[in-house]
Ligand binder design. Structure first.
Ligand code: GDP
Ligand code: IMO
Ligand code: MG
Length: 434
């Protein structure tokens, strides 16, 4: 099996970074295909913490190719800071490759992100203010800068001469902070970016496809989660990219038949950052208790994550959109010592039982969770010992929680994550690459 995708099944922060890092020991390429540095992926190796935003998780292990695909939007200013962090931690970015077709996030995109949020007033999305939406808008409007442009001075001059005045007018119209750069200073900045990453820019679709032809192992690392997908998520409370399975094809430049397995990463409870419907959301002390126990604070913005119970209506929707072949349940350790665990199996909307996640935000706001209540289990002191003892020796109630999810989604939970460290993982399958 030479390619595996890792996709979040909820609203992001499911632990994709940890699982990518766990599985990429035997991978040759780790490919990001959508999103940008709105992502915050945490990897912990022997107590050393890496917080990655724009870089694929593969940079943490030496000898891997860490690929930023064409579907990603890249902030080279901030990527430079991230690269410095990796280098300071003794890592290397020799394996970094950036698609010549990837669009660039410019400073004016960040300003516009803030200004658009102000206009939305009470309908604010709660974006990360990283300029993600405005950068994708420019891509679709055919006025974006692409990484490959950095390698062509004439093309850059030409594009800067019409895009910069246009963007300055828009900033002005929106009442946003003005952009002080001139054509020359922007070109100069882009020359600096070229010096930094010019040697990494290439046709990554060719690279990924040829690697697959050679039998190399490829991981497609999702960012955000299926419920933040621009089409299939809780629109308009979504991000601006295709986070589901289909996004891999357009965002990495591979055909659907090149994706051999899709791992749906499901946090054992649900979290969400920013605004938008959340049917199983807790409130008050109960929510704060789960937030603190789970350390649910955003890696990118530091915001407290909203918390609630596991919602299998959400997971069924994501499984359908992404084609999960395996599940990975993360953070189930956080649910230890809770006597009874509600799991949402349907919604009640206007007196009717609904089992498929609806498109309508107003219906979702009226939806009440229909719960089944599963028994809780006692926690432990030594996670290492629990991992070594293996799946069959986990508390029976915990296994029932996992197997209830497997039955509902008709998909095996091949990976169980019991802690943030790479080693705190039970792998029920063992071999992933043949
Ligand atoms: P991502 O965006 O999907 O990569 O997830 P984040 O890194 O934003 O958030 C997941 C958080 O949970 C990080 O702090 C991880 O270190 C941590 N984490 C991941 N898996 C587990 C787990 O199984 N148990 C616990 N307790 N923490 C975990
Ligand atoms: P990872 O990869 C959680 C959310 C924002 C906001 C919405 C739109 O770490 O799981 P954007 O800046 O993308 O336009 O914001 O999407 N969001 C995330 N929430 N995890 C993420 O990434 C997210 N990336 C964006 O909070 O609600
Ligand atoms: Mg995250």
């Amino acid at each position: 099996m030479p390619s595996l995708a890792i996709i979040g099944a909820q609203w992001g922060d499911e632990g994709k970074g940890k699982i990518t890092d766990y599985l990429d020991e035997e991978a040759d390429l780790i490919v990001r295909f959508q999103g940008g540095n709105n992502a915050g992926h945490t990897i912990i190796v022997d107590g050393k913490v890496f917080k990655l935003h724009g870089l694929p998780s593969g940079v943490v292990r030496p000898g891997k190719l860490a690929v930023i695909g064409n579907g990603v939007v890249v902030n080279l200013e901030e990527l430079g800071e991230e690269i410095d962090q990796v280098l300071q931690a003794g890592g290397s970015i020799d394996g970094l490759r950036i698609s010549d077709r990837a669009h660039l996030i410019m400073n004016y995109h960040k300003k516009l992100d803030g200004a658009e949020e102000k206009y939305r007033g009470k309908n604010v999305v709660g974006t990360t203010k990283k300029g993600i939406g405005p950068a994708y808008q420019d891509k679709i409007a055919r006025i974006g800068f692409r990484a490959g442009d950095l390698l062509e001075d004439d093309l850059l001059d030409d594009k800067i001469s019409f895009i910069l005045p246009y963007k300055k007018d828009i900033l002005d119209l929106m009442g946003a902070e003005p952009c002080s750069c001139t054509d020359e200073s922007l070109h100069e900045k882009m020359r600096r970016w070229r010096d930094m990453v010019g040697h990494c820019i290439c046709d990554t679709s060719v690279l990924v496809n040829e690697s697959l032809d050679q039998g190399k192992n490829v991981i497609f690392e999702g960012a955000q989660g299926a419920m933040l997908d621009i089409d299939h998520g809780t629109y308009p409370y979504v991000t601006s990219s295709a986070t589901c399975g289909g996004g891999i094809c357009t965002g990495a430049g591979v055909a659907p038949n090149r994706i051999d397995g899709v791992i749906g990463v499901i946090k054992a409870y649900t979290t969400r950052v920013g605004e938008g419907p959340f049917v199983t959301e807790l409130s008050g002390e109960e929510e704060l208790a789960l937030q603190h126990k789970g350390g649910e604070f955003g890696v990118t913005t530091g915001r407290g994550r909203r918390c609630g119970w596991l919602d299998l209506v959400v997971c069924e929707h994501s499984a359908r959109m992404c084609g999960f072949t395996s599940l990975c349940m993360t953070k189930i350790d956080i649910l230890s010592d809770i006597p009874e665990l509600p799991v949402c199996v349907a919604y009640e909307i206007d007196g009717e039982e609904v089992r498929h996640f609806p498109a309508s935000i107003s219906k979702l706001n009226r939806a009440k969770p229909v719960y089944e209540y599963l028994k809780g289990w006692k926690g432990w002191d030594d996670t290492g010992a629990v991992v070594r003892a293996g799946y069959d020796n986990l508390p029976g109630e915990m296994r029932e929680y996992i197997e209830f999810t497997e039955r509902y989604l008709k998909t095996p939970a091949d990976l169980i994550s019991l802690g943030p460290d790479r080693d705190e993982t039970i792998d029920r399958r063992g071999s992933w690459w043949n």
